[in-house]
Design a protein around this ligand. Structure first.
Ligand code: GTP
Ligand code: MN
Ligand code: MN
Length: 610
């Protein structure tokens, strides 16, 4: 008899490293429901990590690499490779609080479904208890969570991505703190004597959030954003709902520190949709002499007002979970150096014959032979990519050589500028400074990115992605936009300036108009100097655009004509854009704040299209 009954649960909990009633009752409740064979408390020690790692190597889930220090390779089930937005739910009490962009099911109904799915779901497995804190336990407002999971792969990944283990549990106990309940099961119970597979999961998947209860239940997937519940589920969906209630912001943003040649420092945050360059910009190596950039975060920023009225940003994460393909020595050498430092888990990349990993874009030259992410032989002649397009590297952020020392500031750094941007072939200029906070919020609310490559000459399929948060707003998008406007009304606020950027605009011959990557430091310089009040701008219908000579192109093989094209605001493009913006607002319906609708009208007037 391996199934836990109540007495067995009580017995297992006798050895728990805490006497905290809230913690014990949560763990006991989930163990009673899911009936694991055993309960293991994650303390974050090296010994425990090594033990779990060895178990996963023995089980065939992980391959120990010889080519990169202390690093492992995992291949998922080919059906379990990405976030599942259509299986993601915001179960608010009121349907209208989930809003136009979320799937909704009433909490009681979803609980019934989940109770059925989780009933006995950990049978034959170990249940791990992972106490964690997003950000630092020493923050003014520390944000704790406890994830229970039956996936040891999730345990090892959480140890990289969030400050986890004894440090977090001790702080929860010492502060008698609340924590977000995070419940995860791969949904693959094992019968007595049944052999396990390398990547257990279930074809039924549910990623569910209860914003009022501040709890997360995830079933059926072992993959990244579905299973590492501290990241998208907590730090964005649940945290955005908390932030709405408490007057702060939880955003899909990188955080960057910039120092000019005079030694002045400014911090900026930037929101770009997935695969639009956050991790790249967060690790930029400036090409302008004397300028320095340092990394603070590459995916999530929590911003709260400090006593001085400035917004202070914290990166709640402890690691990087970056898209591997396209990350290479020529595009993001900083990320490559971080990876070289070791301690990585790679998922769904390709294996080299000498015990290392490879993905498209890692090196310019393709290896002659690989084992692809599906386990098949691969050569440069193969028709499918060696690494899955969403394959990832999971790497401790402490490895990043450009990491700014402020990453350990419990309450973050003051933000001077916020950048919004997406992938647009046309219409959106390289950089524009918005007129004021509301206008900046408007530009964020219509943030857009092309999802598919267009036929020659035609415009790509544009998806609106407000503040790059479309899949991550844990409540009603209209309330979210209103919340951004309200932040601007906060008494005594010293607000950051808001800019809109587009590295992806194309020339008539379809080539990129702007060299991008490390040359984006030139745009950052202008942003820095606008904030400092030292760079010139001219007014445009979209706000302010760099005056002639204000954007530093020295040493760059770039003509004045190219720059003019990159910065251009073309009325014919904007006529179509305004129609598309109005369609988007119509899709969101009544929830769009009147102030933002008014911004559409004034933009139309400024463009002379009224
Ligand atoms: P998530 O981690 O999924 O949220 O995405 P991310 O925003 O971190 O995206 P990432 O930095 O991984 O985006 C990489 C993609 O953007 C690659 O295809 C890069 O080639 C491309 N990219 C990044 N910066 C630039 C740039 O300045 N110019 C151009 N043309 N492409 C860029
Ligand atoms: Mn992201
Ligand atoms: Mn990223």
């Amino acid at each position: 008899m391996t199934v836990l009954d109540h007495d067995v649960v009580a017995d297992q909990l006798k050895n728990a490293p805490t006497k905290n009633e809230k913690v014990l009752s949560f763990v006991s409740r989930i163990a009673t429901l899911t009936t694991p064979d055993e309960i293991v408390w994650i303390d974050g020690s090296e010994g425990q990590r090594d033990l779990i790692t060895q178990q996963l190597v023995d089980a065939g889930t992980l391959v120990r690499l010889t080519g990169t220090k202390d690093s492992y390779y995992a291949a998922s089930d080919p059906e379990d490779v990405a976030r599942v937005e259509d299986r993601t739910y915001i179960c608010s009490v009121d349907e209208k609080d989930a809003g136009a962009l979320n799937n909704w099911v009433a909490p009681a109904e979803m609980k019934e479904t989940l109770n059925g799915l989780f009933d006995g779901s950990m049978r034959g497995r170990t249940m791990y208890v992972i106490p964690f804190v997003m950000g630092l336990a020493e923050a003014d407002q520390p944000m704790f969570g406890i994830e229970v999971t039956d996936s040891p792969y999730v345990v090892l990944s959480m140890l990289i991505m969030a400050r986890s283990g004894k440090y977090a549990l001790d702080a929860i106990d010492a502060q008698d703190a609340d924590f977000v309940e995070c419940v995860h099961s791969v949904g693959a119970p094992l019968a007595e004597g049944e052999a396990d597979v390398a990547w257990p999961n279930n074809s039924t998947k549910y990623i569910t959030h209860f914003p009022e209860e501040r709890s997360i239940w995830s079933f059926g997937s072992g993959y990244g954003g579905n299973a590492l519940l501290g990241k998208k589920c907590y730090a964005l969906r649940i945290a955005s709902a908390i932030a709405h209630d408490e007057g702060w912001l939880a955003e899909h943003m990188l955080i960057l520190k910039l120092t000019n040649p005079e030694g002045q420092v400014k911090y900026i945050a930037a929101a770009f949709p997935s695969a639009c360059g956050k991790t790249n910009l967060a690790m930029i190596e400036p090409t302008i002499p004397g300028w320095k950039a340092e990394t603070l975060g590459d995916d999530i920023a929590w911003m709260r007002f400090g006593e001085d009225g400035q917004l202070y940003a914290v990166n709640p994460e402890f690691g990087l979970f970056g898209v591997a393909p396209g990350t290479g020595y020529s595009t993001n050498p900083t990320a490559m150096h971080a990876i070289e430092a070791g301690g990585n888990i790679f998922t769904n990349v390709a294996l080299t014959d000498d015990g290392d990993v490879w993905w498209e874009g890692k090196t310019d030259e393709k290896p002659a032979h690989l084992t692809d992410w599906r386990g098949n032989d691969w050569t440069p002649d193969s028709e499918t990519p060696a690494a899955h397009p969403n394959s990832r590297f999971c790497t401790p952020i402490a490895n990043v050589p450009t990491l700014a020392p402020e990453w350990q500031n419990p309450n973050g750094v003051p933000i001077s500028a916020i950048l919004f941007g997406g992938r647009r072939k046309t219409t959106m200029p390289l950089v524009t400074e918005t007129r004021d906070w509301n206008h900046g919020v408007f530009m964020g609310s219509v943030l857009s990115s092309e999802t598919t490559a267009a036929a020659t000459g035609a415009v790509g399929v544009v998806r609106r992605d407000p503040m790059a948060m479309r899949p991550f707003i844990g409540y009603n998008v209209g309330d979210y936009l209103q919340h951004w406007l309200n932040i601007g009304q906060t008494e005594g606020a010293k607000l950051p300036k808001i800019f809109y950027v587009n590295w992806f605009r194309r020339d008539d011959d379809n080539s990129f108009l702007w060299p991008g990557f490390s040359e984006n430091s030139r745009v950052l310089k202008w942003v820095f100097e606008r904030v400092a009040g030292t760079a010139d701008a001219v007014e445009s219908p979209l706000g302010f655009t760099p005056a002639e000579g204000a954007l530093d192109t020295e040493g760059l093989d770039f003509t004045a004509e190219q720059l003019r094209k990159a910065l251009a605001i073309k009325p014919e493009e904007w006529e179509a854009e305004l129609a598309s913006i109005e369609e988007w607002y119509a899709e969101l319906g009544d929830s769009v704040p009147a102030e933002l609708r008014a911004e559409v009208d004034s933009l139309r007037e400024r463009l002379g299209l009224a």
